[in-house]
Design a protein around this ligand. Structure first.
Ligand code: NI
Length: 191
């Protein structure tokens, strides 16, 4: 497996809508290798998720996984999930404020409003349908990754720019309060 280079904000590949994959393309060795490399690269960088266009391949595939993540120590765990051609549909209109960061936006975090409950429809890496509901902080992670596939970065959704901060200043000034908010979201939504 290969650790791939991650595109940074400013690279046009992050701003294109990634295209759907056909079932035939999904079954190809080259696509399956891409998915393996995407997972490897996400884990190497301690990401909670990684979209294919973040590694310069503009197709609708993303990986999500949280397992005691050192970049996001307060995030509830999410088992490794590969989404192919995903669509997200909000369930209800409840939202919460999520403090996000991104491997493609080095050393910046900011508050983004996210839906608290979502229906996820996609294919898994074997082409089998996924149809499930995700909630809370986990729902925030899913929205962040599918935004990538639509050419959108979290900074586009930051409405209060005074929340923007480096990771060091986040830890110093913002993290304690945000952890309290995370506990409330987890208590409400279970994840
Ligand atoms: Ni990201």
């Amino acid at each position: 497996m290969t650790i791939l280079k991650i595109a940074h904000i400013g690279h046009p590949v992050l701003r294109e809508r990634a295209r759907e994959l056909s079932l035939e393309e999904l079954g190809k060795d080259s696509t399956q290798t891409l998915i393996d490399d995407l997972v490897e690269t996400m884990r190497d960088a301690n990401g909670a998720g990684l979209a294919a266009n973040q590694v310069h391949v503009s197709v609708r595939v993303c990986a999500i996984e949280v397992h005691d993540n050192p970049r996001y120590p307060y995030k509830p765990n999410i088992p490794l999930t590969i989404l192919v051609n995903p669509t997200l549909t909000p369930v209800g209109d409840e939202r919460f404020d999520n403090y996000e960061g991104c491997l493609s936006v080095p050393d910046l975090r900011g508050v983004v409003s996210r839906f608290a409950e979502l229906r996820v429809q996609a294919l898994d890496r074997a082409g089998r349908p996924i149809d499930c509901v995700v909630r809370g902080i986990t729902a925030g992670t899913f929205q962040h990754e599918v935004d990538h596939l639509d050419g959108r970065l979290f900074v586009d959704r930051v409405t209060d720019t005074s929340t923007l901060c480096t990771w060091k200043e986040f830890a110093k000034w913002r993290e304690a309060e945000f952890r309290t908010r995370v506990h409330q979201v987890v208590a409400r939504w279970g994840s």
